[in-house]
Design a protein around this ligand. Structure first.
Ligand code: CA
Length: 228
C-alpha cells in the first residue's frame, strides 16, 4: 500500500518508515500539518497515519479539512494524547482509528489492515466481475460464464484479493501478508501452489486467461490472452 505519514518526530519517522517498508509498503512522509494536508488531498494514498501535535496545523484540522473535501482515505491517528475527549475529537474529525503512543508496531499493522479492508469492502457492489468471471462476496461463490466454481475458504480470500487489486502486479510477499496474514520464508511455494489451484479452476478451458504470472515479480489479474 501507499502510506502517508504526517509526523514531526524524527526518531518515530525513521522507525515507522523502516517498519512499514519491511512490510512492503511505500511510504511518504510529511513533517507538518499543512504539507500533510496537500499530500493527502492528492488522493494517491491507500492509508494515512497522522500525528496530532504538528507544526503549522494539527492533525484534527488536517483530517477535518480533507474529509470536507471528500477525501475518504482510511486514516489512523497516532498520538500521545490519550484522553477520551481527544479520541472523540479524532473520530469526529474523520479518523477511522486511533492508536496511542507508545504502541506496538504489530498493532499498528493490524489496525492499518483493518481500516483498509473495511474501506475497500464499502465500495460498490458485493459482486465483483472481471470478464466472464464473477465473485459473489456474500455467498462466497465464483462463476465463470455460467459454470459454478467451488472454492475453498483460502481460494476465496485469494481470489477476492486479486479482484480488489486487479490490473497491477502483486508480489508473493504481498499475498503472503494480506491473504495468509504472515510472512513466508522466501523458499516456500505455498502461494504458487494455491495460485495454480485457482488458475485451474477459473482459467482452464477458457480462451481469455485472467490470472497471469509475471516472471520474477509476481502475479497479474486482468483480462487478456497474453502478457505484452
Ligand atoms: Ca508531534
Amino acid at each position: 500500500m501507499k502510506i502517508l505519514i504526517v509526523e514531526d518526530e524524527p526518531k518515530l519517522i525513521t522507525f515507522l518508515r523502516k517498519g512499514l517498508e519491511e512490510f512492503g509498503h511505500e511510504v511518504t512522509v510529511s513533517t507538518d500539518g499543512e504539507t500533510g494536508e496537500l499530500f493527502a488531498l492528492s488522493k494517491t494514498f491507500d492509508a494515512l497515519i497522522i500525528d496530532i501535535n504538528l507544526p503549522k496545523q494539527n492533525g484534527f484540522d488536517l483530517l477535518r479539512n480533507i474529509r470536507a473535501k471528500e477525501v475518504h482515505t482510511p486514516a489512523i491517528i497516532l498520538t500521545a494524547m490519550s484522553s477520551l475527549s481527544d479520541k472523540e475529537e479524532g473520530f469526529e474529525a474523520g479518523a477511522d482509528d486511533y492508536l496511542v503512543k507508545p504502541f506496538e508496531f504489530k498493532e499498528l499493522i493490524l489496525r492499518l489492515k483493518n481500516i483498509t479492508k473495511r474501506h475497500s469492502g464499502e465500495t460498490g457492489s458485493r459482486i465483483l466481475k472481471l470478464g466472464t468471471l464473477t465473485l459473489d462476496l456474500n455467498l462466497k461463490r465464483a462463476k465463470r460464464n455460467d459454470r459454478k466454481i467451488p472454492l475453498t475458504n483460502k481460494e476465496f480470500e485469494l481470489l477476492k484479493y486479486l479482484f480488489l487489486n486487479k490490473s497491477r502486479v502483486i508480489s508473493r510477499a504481498e499475498l503472503a501478508e494480506n491473504v495468509w496474514e504472515q510472512r513466508f520464508d522466501t523458499g516456500t511455494n505455498t502461494i504458487d501452489v494455491y495460485i495454480n489451484f485457482l488458475r485451474k479452476k477459473i482459467d482452464n478451458g477458457t480462451e481469455k486467461k485472467l490470472l497471469h504470472t509475471v516472471v520474477g515479480m509476481g502475479y497479474l489479474f486482468r483480462e487478456e490472452k497474453d502478457l505484452p
